[in-house]
Ligand binder design. Structure first.
Ligand SMILES: C[S@@+](CC[C@H](N)C(=O)[O-])C[C@H]1O[C@@H](n2cnc3c(N)ncnc32)[C@H](O)[C@@H]1O
Length: 238
């Protein structure tokens, strides 16, 4: 049974309310690491075998510059996001010069009818944390279903750096400093605090890597900066 905070409608509300300040928040929260992690996620993705793919839980499209820089042959990114706030914000700052290469679908990925074997690549940055275990398994099925044989994928998420010496300091930052910063500096404090809660609940992407393997994908698991982010990348066998 899906916990309420993981219900897509609830998640949509959180991101609709946060969208205005999401970019500043995610940058502040991570001391700029989110940008570096997006780039590393793209660097981990094996070369797509064709020009078209999906950015799932695309938000404001922060990963597109990295994606198009590394793979200039990409001709079409279809961005899927449930939040109209994030979606409109993405259009506003849509990197206008690349607008012709971006298509939007405003949709819940779990209700989406993206066609089978329709993507040369699938990317998702920081979109896994708002999924519970059952939804992650469903998402792994979706990725395996929409990828073409030989298609590549990469996903990254902020994670709990278990075993790291400075983990207590990191958790103090996440659980105490950030909520205070959010309360005093940012509007919609309770919504930003929810994002922190999703992140700590998520753990890391290791279990998700196994789910993708059970869908017969070839998967590599990576840790970034002592495990403060973890990611998966690989291919659907041709
Ligand atoms: C933390 S943001 C990540 C945005 C962006 N990819 C980035 O790199 O910053 C997570 C995004 O996932 C979207 N999202 C959450 N659940 C979703 C669902 N079930 N279907 C589609 N999008 C969803 C939210 O609306 C939000 O824009």
């Amino acid at each position: 049974m899906t916990d309420d905070i993981y219900a897509p409608e609830f998640v949509k509300g959180v991101f609709d309310r946060c969208s205005e300040r999401y970019i500043t928040f995610s940058w502040l929260c991570s001391f700029g690491f989110t940008e570096r992690w997006r780039r590393q996620c793209v660097a981990a993705m094996p070369e797509p075998t064709g020009p078209a793919g999906y950015d799932l839980m695309a938000g404001t499209g922060e990963v597109w510059p990295h994606l198009l820089k590394r793979f200039p042959q990409i001709g079409q990114i279809t961005a899927v996001d449930i939040s109209s706030g994030m979606h409109h914000r993405a259009i506003d700052r849509l990197h206008r010069h690349r607008a012709q290469r971006i298509a939007f679908i405003e949709d819940d990925v779990f209700a989406s009818n993206l066609p089978d074997a329709s993507a040369d690549f699938v990317i998702a940055t920081f979109g896994l944390k708002t999924f519970d275990r059952e939804q992650l398994a469903q998402f792994a099925r979706l990725v395996a279903r929409v990828l073409k044989p030989g298609g590549s994928f990469a996903m990254i998420e902020a994670s709990d750096p278990k075993g790291w010496l400075l983990r207590p300091l990191y958790l103090f930052h996440l659980k105490t400093v950030l909520p205070l910063m959010e309360r005093f500096l940012l509007r919609g404090a309770q919504d930003f605090a929810m994002i922190g809660r999703y992140s700590t609940n998520f753990g890391d992407a290791r279990a998700f890597a196994e789910m993708l393997r059970s869908e017969h994908l070839d998967v590599r698991f990576d840790r970034y900066f002592f495990g403060c982010a973890t990611g998966v990348s690989g291919r659907k066998p041709a």
